[in-house]
Design a protein around this ligand. Structure first.
Ligand code: CA
Length: 221
């Protein structure tokens, strides 16, 4: 499993290389946008750990380019910029996760594992999470064994979350997928659909199925 690390802070890059290698990954470290572009042209990789402030540019521009070119593997952003706006921008551009610096190596490894596991499930036609079972071919949904009655819009909405369990999905990303518009169709429409969807899952005895991330979006927990 090959990981590309784009990080210009030498000491951090060395620590990441060592930690990831010890965890069994093959690691390639680069320190600039140019070197990152070259590295990805030369060889494929299964995930990217990306710093934003790089000497010759912005990591977000790299990410935008990669996603535009069809690079679909997980990308985790590492950055000192922990402002909500930067987080939203990174997630909107297609980052899978975001770790503000300083972070613990253990947490990075845990998130990486979960992203790579999720990636392996993407092509499944049956999605399962916390008792929810979605059959994408038969277009049926069950919760704890009982069939759920979902409208086509609700089905699409739930599918986006089931493809990305644990990932924070921004409002604009959800709207783009469900209503084919990057703009919130109506500021309240998404919230209305989310509360309808929430009501279908009785999780009184445990944590709610969907978490609202204030000012950002929603997360299937
Ligand atoms: Ca940096």
């Amino acid at each position: 499993m090959k990981i590309l690390v784009v990080e210009d802070q030498r000491r951090l890059a060395v620590m990441l290389k060592q930690g990831l290698s010890e965890a069994g990954y093959a690691v390639k470290c680069v320190a600039t946008c140019a070197a990152a572009r070259d590295a990805l042209c030369e060889a494929s990789c299964e995930a990217i750990v990306l710093d934003l402030g790089l000497p010759d540019g912005d990591g977000l521009d790299l990410l935008r380019q990669w996603r535009k070119n069809g690079f679909n593997e997980p990308v985790i952003i590492l950055s000192a910029r922990d402002a909500v706006q930067d987080r939203i921008k990174g997630l909107d551009l297609g980052a899978d996760d975001y770790l503000p610096k300083p972070f613990s190596l253990q947490e990075l490894l845990a998130r990486l594992r979960s992203l790579l596991r999720r990636q392996a499930n993407v092509k499944d036609t049956v999605l399962e999470h916390r008792g929810i079972r979605m059959d994408l071919v038969g277009r049926t949904t069950h919760f704890r064994g009982a069939p759920l009655d979902l409208t086509s819009r609700e089905f699409t909405l739930l599918e986006i979350f089931m493809q990305n369990p644990g990932r924070i999905l921004t409002r604009s990303l959800i709207c783009e997928k469900v209503w084919s518009s990057p703009y919130e169709v109506d500021a309240n429409l998404l919230d209305v659909y989310m509360s309808k969807l929430r009501a279908k899952f009785d999780t009184r005895d445990e944590k709610p199925m969907f978490k609202t991330v204030r000012g950002v979006g929603y997360q299937l927990q």
